[in-house]
Structure formats: C-alpha cells, structure tokens
Design a protein around this ligand. Structure first.
Ligand SMILES: Cc1cc2nc3c(=O)[nH]c(=O)nc-3n(C[C@H](O)[C@H](O)[C@H](O)COP(=O)(O)OP(=O)(O)OC[C@H]3O[C@@H](n4cnc5c(N)ncnc54)[C@H](O)[C@@H]3O)c2cc1C
Length: 406
C-alpha cells in the first residue's frame, strides 16, 4: 500500500504513525492535519508538571519543526478536516479546499464532556483540561488562596486538584458516584487516593452532584449549588467528567461507529482505505470491544497500523498500561480491570507503597501499583506471560514478588 497518506489529527497517535512509517523506511507522502496551532505534543503533563509550571511546552513536543521537514512530513496546523468523501478519496478542509488521499488515518482523539449550558456549563471560569490552550488558561487561574471546585473524581480531575493544592489553592472535589475513581479503579485504590488528597487538604465530597453553577453579572462563575442543597463559593471550576470520542467525521462518512470509530485488529475501519487510531477508536480486545484512552494505546495501535500500511500483517493486541501522578504519589496501572470480581491488596516494601491486584473469574487481569514500581513491573510481566499468582503468596509481603513469576 503506497500513495499519499493523510492523517487527520495531530496528537499522540498521529505523530506515532508518521514516525513509525519513517522508521520503517516508508517514504510515502504524509500530510498531518491538526486543528491546534502547535506542533504535535504529549498531553499527560497538561494536568501534571506543565500545569504546575515545572515543565516548558518545548519539552511536551515530540519533535522540533525541523524533524518534520527532514522527514518530509507535511504539517497543516490550525485547520480542520470537515468532511470525508470516501468515493472520491478526498478530505474537505474547513476552508473548503480539498485534499486527495490514497490512505486515510483518523487520529482525532476525544473531546471532554462539558456541563450543559442550562446548569452553568458555559459560564466564564469553567474549564476542561484537554489541550495546551486549556492548560494555559487554567495556569493563569492557579493562584494561592483562590477557591477551585473540581467536578468529577477521575484521574484528570484529581491530578488538577493535586496541582492546585500544591500551589496553595482551596480545593473541593465533588463526585456524583459514591466514591472517586469509580469507573476506573477499585474501592481500595480509591480509598488510598482519597486519603492522600485529604492529607494534603483537598476536600473530597462523594455522592455529591452539581445542581447548578451560578454566575455574576459578567457571566463569571461565583458559586456552585450542589445536589445536597449546599452552596459553595468558587473562583473557578474544572470539569473532569469524561470524554467522548471524536467520531463525527467517520460517522458522517458512513463508517461503522459505536461510541468511537470501530476498527479491527489491524486498526482498519469498515473502509479498507481508512485506518483509525488512538482515543477515537473502539477496538477488539480479548473478545470484547473497548476504548482505551491512554498513551500506550495511542502509540502501540498507531505503530501497529504503520506496520500494516508498510506491508505487514501482524494484528495489534493491546497491552494496556497507564499512570497518574498526584502529589508525590505515582500510580502505575498494568492491565485492564474491566469486569473484575475480586481484588487483593499487597503491602509494598517501603512506606506508602502498596498494590491492588484485580482478578476476573479467578484470573489475574490488572494491578494498580501505588509508589511500588516493583509490583507494577512484576504484574506487567505476569500479564504478558499469562500467569495468575498464588493469592496467599501474593498477599504475603515477606514473599519476593519475583518468586511468583517462576
Ligand atoms: C490532561 C490529560 C492527562 C492525561 N494523562 C495521561 C496519563 O497520565 N497517562 C496516559 O496514558 N494517558 C493520559 N492521557 C491520555 C492521552 O493523552 C491520550 O490517550 C492521547 O493523547 C490520545 O492520543 P490521540 O492521538 O488519540 O488523541 P489526541 O492526542 O487528543 O490528538 C487528537 C488531535 O486531533 C485533533 N483533531 C480532532 N479532530 C480533528 C479534525 N477534524 N481536523 C483536524 N484535527 C482534528 C485534536 O484537536 C487533537 O489535537 C491524558 C490526557 C489528558 C487530556
């Protein structure tokens, strides 16, 4: 398969696809279309060190501009792909110009869900964290003593809360479910993270939804009416209530879409000339169709797609891993805990280290390692090898984890 490759989206997956093709010495013409005005960059630091002001934007960019020139990867930034014509094999841009393709890759990512305007979601001072612009606007709000409300106790909301506390803000996190991290982690992991946040002075209120955000005459948020009837004065708000995959282009082009662009194990959509990679996809995994919003999937799926485009036939089997940094805590996750029915906690070797191991029908499927790199690395090896550790040995902190690999 040769000819022009057009990649829509200029994020983690788009860059990985272009870089891998060049690493494979595949020199087909590549054009990357990106709606943002920056060179492709990594997002994880946007809610961590970049927001804290400890990492410059240069360090977020995957490569300097010269790399794209040297590798003959054309970048069309600050512009938007508006429509796909699958029969004419063209992409129509926001300015109505038309770009022909032989192969198309959709790497459009996801968009944070917003609170509806009816409950104040469109007030000034209400933010999401998805791109550089969001993080820059937020950084301007992060001043000691100000009052921040974080709506949603998922990873991104909790990371932003940790940054804000570090900078001396008064922070309240509200979570509609009965506990934080409900969608992504066990009650044990949530309890540990809740404890860490509370020790740092963040107020966490679970089983608490938002009724309405209230604004002043300038349309700036000033207060939040919560589901339990209480009212909280706030200076600004971050909503971290999940994302929706950017699948509009694919849907309108008649590709299979099911809360994400449906792809097979070769990252191909229902049109063989169109691939899709990263957060915008729904992919097959162990007999299920799942979405993975992670750097690991964006990179590995993109690289697998590159290998297929370059003539390979290796199917992509995701090996999920993820991390989250909050205060001085590093949470590392190997595997995917979907459908778990049992958890075991293993104390770590040093203070504050601990891991939570997930099982489904007796089989080990994932581990959350809290300041415990050894548990993460060993758990990952076990998953790769298909090992389910002995439960009694696993929970015995005196047993070296390495023994369980044998
Ligand atoms: C704040 C934050 C923290 C995160 N932390 C972690 C973490 O700790 N660990 C982890 O594994 N993952 C983390 N993630 C998730 C990770 O960043 C994503 O999974 C990854 O960026 C997905 O890559 P992608 O290429 O699919 O999408 P993106 O990187 O989102 O790139 C998609 C790009 O496509 C552009 N686009 C969309 N539609 C069009 C169009 N029609 N035309 C032109 N351009 C378009 C978008 O503007 C965007 O720039 C985090 C994400 C965020 C936002």
């Amino acid at each position: 398969m040769t000819g022009r490759l057009v990649i829509v989206g200029a994020g983690q997956a788009a860059f990985a696809l272009a870089a891998k093709l060049r690493a494979l010495k595949d020199m087909r013409p590549i054009t990357i279309i990106g709606a943002e005005d920056t060179l492709p960059y990594q997002r994880p630091p946007l809610s961590k060190k970049y927001l804290l002001g400890e990492m410059s934007f240069d360090r977020l960019q995957f490569r300097p501009e010269q790399w794209y020139v040297d590798n003959q990867v054309e970048l069309r930034l600050s512009t938007w792909a508006e429509e796909i014509d699958r029969f004419g094999k063209t992409v129509t841009m926001q300015d109505a110009s038309v770009l022909p393709y032989d192969t198309l890759a959709l790497a459009t990512g996801a968009t944070p869900r917003k609170l509806p305007a009816g409950v104040g979601g469109d007030l000034n001072g209400v933010y999401v964290v998805r791109d550089k612009r969001d993080a820059d606007l937020l950084a301007g709000e992060m001043r000691a003593g100000r009052r921040l409300l974080v709506i949603g106790g998922g990873y991104i909301g909790l990371e932003a809360a940790a940054v804000a506390r570090h900078l001396g803000l008064e922070v309240t996190v509200i979570e509609m479910a009965d506990r934080i991290l409900k969608r992504v982690a066990s009650a044990e992991t949530a309890e540990i993270m809740r404890g860490i946040h509370r020790r740092h002075g963040t107020v966490i209120r679970e089983s608490t939804g938002i009724s309405k955000l209230v604004g002043n005459a300038d349309n700036h948020v000033t207060a939040a009416e919560l589901g339990d009837g209480s009212v909280l004065d706030v200076d600004f708000v971050i909503t971290g209530i999940g994302v929706s995959p950017n699948d509009r282009l694919a849907r309108e082009a008649g590709l299979d879409v099911a809360n994400g662009i449906v792809v097979d194990e070769f990252a191909k959509t229902s049109d063989p000339a169109i691939f899709a990679i990263g957060d915008c996809t729904v992919l097959p995994w162990q007999g299920m169709n799942i979405r993975l919003e992670s750097v690991q999937n964006a990179v590995d799926q993109a690289e697998a797609a590159a290998a297929v485009m370059a003539g390979g036939s290796e199917p992509y089997a995701a090996k999920p891993w993820f991390w989250s940094d909050q205060y001085d805590v590093k949470l590392q996750i190997a595997g995917f805990n979907l459908g778990y029915d049992e958890t075991l906690v293993r104390p770590g070797a040093r203070d504050g280290a601990l891991s939570v191991w997930y099982f489904r029908q007796g089989q080990f499927i994932a581990v959350d390692a809290i300041n415990d790199a050894k548990a993460y690395v060993t758990g990952k090896k076990m998953l790769d090898a298909g090992i389910t550790p002995d439960r009694a040995l696993l929970t015995d902190a005196t047993v070296d984890l390495k023994q369980l690999l044998l």
